[in-house]
Design a protein around this ligand. Structure first.
Ligand code: ADP
Length: 794
């Protein structure tokens, strides 16, 4: 529509004829002075326009009352219309546009004829003028409201405001404003019919207010919509485009609850800046992926890792030495040396939290309390405790993780442990550092070195995370069964605390004070409900376990508790007291027989001592002879070194046959068989030399070996006894097995100092330098002729 205010022309003063043709219109209302284009399609009316143009160009425009009933001929029209002059006529494809300028309001008095179009008798209507403050105020309001509306409507040009300002008469002002606005047709007609200009302005102001409200509401709605857009418009549009593309591709997806949840978590999570950036980027990537894509899971898992790791979460240390001592004592019997060292360590930490100190390494056979000491340290410091095993780790990637390009890649065990701990300063136990392997996939011990190095571990990099993680607050403790296999650079970093294993009496104490009460309550009994007599415990220790530690003992006690629980479930009541004779009922046949005396009562059997990673054991060497042709058979999974020891022992005996009173040709018609039973356990090492020789000598001289005597030591071809390793473990194992005397190389005598006083008193030690001494002690053999030096037992 085109609006244009008419400049002062003569038309205003033009005298109107009394009768004019009427052009009925549906929606438009023409106001005096205003120019308006009208679309005419009807043939009859076009003829009328033609005729009008040929005459004075004047006509009356009047609005049809009911636009829906427009088919009626002639249509019913409002009685107030506007006389106007046709300014222009343009033919377009849709119809003919007739541009009309209003001249004056007219009253349509009578319809004189209806064919081919209406002719009506008209009376021009004059405005009822007003002036004064009130009118001025109303005009100002009108301007203001009009300005606001124009400002708010994108399709109204701003110049209209100026145009309105230029209209100084209230009536024409109202007419101009009404004709520009897109008011409802009836409202327009109402304004047309209101001749009193004050009334007209009043109505107009009302309409303007309504209009403004409408506009504002529209704007508000738009703004609300827009706010979402504005936020990050660029991103929004990109995402919208992406959505459209995805829709096209059939992977239409709204932001899934999964993504929303991750966003929420990311918002709440405390993260170092670098990690946050990576996480945000990854989330962005993820939100664009189809959940069906295999990449999605990879990306999702990665995000989960970042969000789960305790980057900045730590627990507060509460190191109180007295309390720490109580905690250590509460869980551990004896072990004073180790406990004191731990307390010192904690005291230093308390005084100087920044001081990193060495890493503690607990070395000892399984079940000697390494883990539980670690747990107690964590408890005493108020830290979380985690434990990972390094046993069998041969690949650097197990420590440091696999790169994410691998399918199913995961972070390494260190980061996994940290996640489990849920704090970045746990007590972190690295089990079995001695079992760390190494192969072509890289050296895990060098990665471990980095983990343990206080200079480097504040920025530990895991291949999977590709982000640096600060491990400097972690307190690492390592454990090992043996010290020797630990790579030297690692060992240098650690302070070794040894746990040798327990004697039978210590085990009895620990079982009574710790293991039984714990198992009993864990199985849902009251403490007083179940008790295990000392004799029963001793039987369990001797016949059901053979270990330096306490694992199996604890397990057997657990088995008894379970068996009793079952009896209770079956209706048995009262207190349960387990004595020695009940043990078999609960645990079945003994697993280890304590039949040393019987076994060694025949010639040809000697007891050796072996060192094993699980803390030492006794070992029977059996020798037997049968008719044959000089061959030596060795069985029992013996290693090469052990086989050679056997050969050497045989050679020695052949060379000394006469002295020892052995038939000189014993080997000529016989095969000799040496067997080391009890075990699929491979045995090797030279330390069974003494034992094999003794067993052979016993067989050949037909003298049984002294009962409850065990021995260890390497022998040379000439009969010198050389020192061996693992004396402490061997002696403890011997004591567990009920050995009363031990023959050992005299050069190992110094090792006896490490053995608990109590055991040293129980066992008689025979340090020896030569084989002759061994045979004399074990078999009571005196070498004929040559006298040898004899040393008294230490
Ligand atoms: P490791 O880690 O050395 O294999 P654990 O710490 O698992 O051994 O110990 C095995 C069991 O023996 C645990 O139940 C532990 O509480 C208990 N235990 C070990 N040493 C002692 C001790 N000195 N006092 C009390 N209980 C002990």
């Amino acid at each position: 529509m085109e609006h244009q205010q008419l400049k002062d022309t003569d038309e205003k003063d033009q005298k109107l004829p009394e009768v004019l043709p009427v052009l009925p219109v549906r929606d438009s209302v023409i106001f005096p002075r205003m120019v308006i284009p009208l679309m005419v399609r009807d043939e009859d009316y076009l003829k009328m326009v033609d005729q009008v143009l040929q005459r004075d160009k004047l006509l009356v425009v009047a609005m049809i009352k009911d636009p829906d009933a427009s088919e009626r001929r002639p249509p019913e029209i409002h009685s107030v219309g506007t006389a106007g002059v046709i300014l222009k006529l343009t033919k377009t494809e849709e119809g003919t546009v007739v541009v009309v300028q209003g001249i004056s309001r007219v009253k349509i008095k009578d319809i004189l004829s209806t064919e081919p179009f209406q002719q009506a008798k008209i009376v021009p209507l004059e405005d009822i003028e007003h002036s004064g403050k009130e009118i001025e105020a109303m005009m100002t309001s009108t301007w203001n409201l009009f300005k606001q509306i124009v400002d708010l409507s994108p399709h109204l040009p701003a110049e209209l405001i100026q145009l309105a300002r230029n209209v100084e008469q209230p009536g024409p002002l109202a007419d101009m404003v009404v004709s520009t606005l897109n008011l409802e047709r009836n409202k327009k007609q109402e304004i047309l019919e209101t001749l009193d200009v004050k009334e007209r302005l009043k109505k107009l102001i009302l309409f303007l207010n309504e209009e403004l409200e409408l506009q504002k509401m529209g704007r508000r709605i738009q703004e609300q919509v827009k706010k979402g857009i504005d936020k990050s418009q660029r991103e929004y549009y990109l995402r919208e485009q992406l959505k459209a593309i995805q829709k096209e591709l059939g992977i239409d997806k709204e932001e899934s609850p999964d993504i929303q949840e991750l966003k929420e978590r990311l918002k709440k999570k405390a993260l170092p800046e670098a990690a946050r950036q990576v996480a945000e980027k990854e989330l962005e990537r993820l939100s664009k992926m189809s959940p069906m894509a295999p990449e999605y899971t990879v990306s999702r898992t990665y995000l989960d890792w970042i969000l789960d790791l305790p980057w900045l979460e730590s627990t507060e240390d509460t190191i109180d030495i007295n309390r720490a001592k109580k905690v250590l004592d509460k869980h551990h019997y004896n072990l004073e040396k180790v406990k004191n060292r731990i307390l010192e360590y904690l005291a230093v930490r308390k005084l100087n939290p920044e001081h990193k100190g060495p890493i503690l390494c607990f070395v000892g056979p399984p079940g000697t309390g390494k883990t539980s000491l670690g747990k107690a340290i964590a408890e005493a410091m108020g830290r979380k405790f985690v434990r990972i095993s390094l046993g069998g780790v041969r690949d650097e990637a197990e420590i440091r993780g696999h790169r994410r390009t691998y399918v199913g890649a995961l972070p390494g065990r260190i980061i996994q442990g940290i996640k489990k701990a849920k704090s970045n300063n746990p007590v972190f136990m690295l089990d079995e550092v001695d079992k760390l392997g190494m192969d072509f996939r890289g050296d895990p011990s060098s990665a471990l070195l980095e983990v343990l190095d206080p200079e480097q571990n504040h920025s530990f990099s895991d291949h999977y995370l590709e982000l640096e993680f600060d491990l400097s607050k972690v307190m690492f403790i390592t454990t090992a069964n043996q010290l020797d296999p630990i790579p030297a650079p690692l060992r240098d970093r650690m302070e070794v605390l040894e746990l040798v294993g327990y004697t039978e009496d210590e085990k009895l104490q620990i079982a009574t004070k710790f293991l039984i009460p714990r198992q009993v309550t864990e199985h849902g009994f009251k403490r007083s409900q179940v008790s295990i007599r000392k004799c029963a415990l001793r039987k369990i220790i001797r016949e059901y376990t053979r270990e330096a530690g306490l694992r199996n003992l604890e397990r057997e006690i657990g088995a008894i508790c379970r068996a009793i629980a079952r009896e209770v479930a079956e209706g048995k009541k009262g207190r349960f007291v387990v004595s020695a004779k009940d043990v078999e009922k609960y645990l079945g046949k003994p697993k280890f027989t304590h039949d040393m005396a019987e076994r060694t009562s025949v010639p040809g059997i000697a007891v050796g001592l072996a060192w094993t990673p699980t803390g030492g054991d006794i070992l029977f060497v059996e020798a037997t002879m049968m008719p044959g042709e000089k061959s030596l058979v060795l069985t029992g999974q013996l290693g090469d070194v052990m086989k050679e020891s056997a050969q050497a022992a045989l050679s020695y005996l052949r060379s000394k046959a006469e002295e020892l009173g052995i038939p000189e040709d014993f080997y000529k018609q016989h095969d000799i068989h040496i067997h080391v039973p009890a075990g699929a356990i491979p045995k090797d090492g030279p330390s069974a030399g003494v034992t094999m020789l003794t067993a052979l000598a016993s067989l050949l001289t037909k003298k049984p070996v002294k009962p409850r005597l065990a021995m260890t030591g390497e022998v040379t071809l000439r009969g010198t006894v050389l020192p061996v390793g693992g004396i402490k473990e061997k002696v403890l194992a011997a004591s567990r097995s009920g050995i009363k005397e031990i023959i050992l190389p005299k050069d190992n005598q110094k090792d006896l100092e490490e053995i608990p006083e109590k055991i040293r008193k129980q066992i008689k030690f025979h340090p020896v330098g030569r084989m002759e001494e061994v045979l004399e002690i074990a078999l009571g053999l005196n070498h004929k002729g040559k006298r040898h030096r004899r040393k008294k037992a230490a």
